[in-house]
Design a protein around this ligand. Structure first.
Ligand code: SF4
Length: 62
């Protein structure tokens, strides 16, 4: 199974940075970001969003 991004909603502050980086993968759901399509961008693009999350709320899940 390919690895997929996972967002810890308890950590997410709703800054929307990941949504702006890869909107086909992450979208806002209320006050937090959520994964709408784990295959909506390349691994590199998703990794960029993971690295840029200010609270490290996004991780890869195998
Ligand atoms: S970048 Fe991190 S804190 Fe900001 S909305 Fe995305 S998951 Fe939440």
């Amino acid at each position: 199974m390919p690895k997929v991004p996972f967002i810890d909603h308890d950590l997410c502050t709703g800054c929307e940075l990941c949504v702006e980086t890869v909107p086909d993968v992450f979208q806002m759901e209320g006050d937090v970001a959520t994964v709408i399509d784990p295959e909506g961008a390349t691994e590199e693009e998703i990794t960029e969003a993971i690295d840029n999350c200010p609270v490290e709320a996004i991780v890869w899940q195998e």
